[in-house]
Write a protein that binds this ligand. Sequence first.
Ligand code: ZN
Ligand code: ZN
Length: 394
Amino acid sequence: MSQREWIEKDFYKELGVSSNASTDEINKAYRKLAKDNHPDANPGNTEAERRFKAVSEAKSVLIDPAKRKEYDEARRLFASGGFGQGGGGFSPGAGGFGGGGGGQTFDVGDIFGQAGGGDGGIGDIFGGLFNRGGTQQRPAGNRPRRGSDVETETTLGFREATQGVTVPLRLTSPSSCTTCHGSGAKPGTSPRVCPRCNGAGVVNRNQGAFGFSEPCDDCRGSGSIIDDPCQDCRGTGVQNRTRTITVRVPPGVSDGQKIRLAGQGEAGLRGAPSGDLYVTVRVRPDKVFGRSGDDLTVTVPVSYGELVLGATLSIPTLDGRVGVKVPPGTVDGRVLRVRGRGVPKKTGTAGDLMVTVKVAVPQKLDDPAIEALHAYLEAEKASGFDPRAGWAGA
Ligand code: ZN
Ligand code: ZN
């Protein structure tokens, strides 16, 4: 989900309240919708689950006066074209996302995630825009937050990596608790909105001219109170699970390359989106082939005679063998190119096969061969060939 889509999200519409609804009205609407769409009441209903998460997200923003104000302002700015594509103050980095180059996808999880290492809410995004110089303290509690990204590694054979392969990956990582669907509350019960902070997770305190907000003690910043914690996850909404996922590795992947699998990382806490999974691919070297970018390299042993007279060699490729013509008079170490027989590319085409010829010198010959070689050297000299003519100043 892009940042634009996120701002286009209508939290008011999601909760079915007007844009000037009071906190009480918002809480009331949330409680009804959360109950109606609770996964316990709608087993297997993905639309209800989506709604359940969406109304939680909407509530968590609208219930917090500071966040709500920022959200309203952002939407107003957005509607008036204040967020230009690129160049504006809303590009990654400027708003505190950190990392990343241009053109990277940005999804809603990043808002609640640990971009920048913090435990930020929506304020992190708009912080750079609206809170310049502000020192608002973020609650350090366990409000819904995106799951962590997970990194793992897989090792592939050379040919698997070049041709593409589907591999099973076993992962042990925290996942959404299956018993409570990530809510943290015992099945049949729901978390209730924290009465002290009205679900905001922070309480405001006024001292003189300054207002401070600090994490709510009653709910430890989560905004909700679980009276009956789920026993399987002890109220965290997260369980450690071993799962096997199937990863399709595209053709042409090279050693050290990373593959991103969106949403396959750690489960988010209490219904928040999951993190991403990054798989670093290790490629085992091959006995025959090497790689240079999209080109496949192979070194083929040849005899001196084959280089002098020319020959057609049968060379292995990733896909059967190919006949490669060595022209007469080819020098040792020459590289012959076979177009389109290299590593497959994303575009559907392939790199080239680069064949290096390398003279193999016989270590043991029988008498007739040795005699013939002596005779040949004489004839070579007689025909005027001197391998060291012009060499080393001679
Ligand atoms: Zn649970
Ligand atoms: Zn509270």
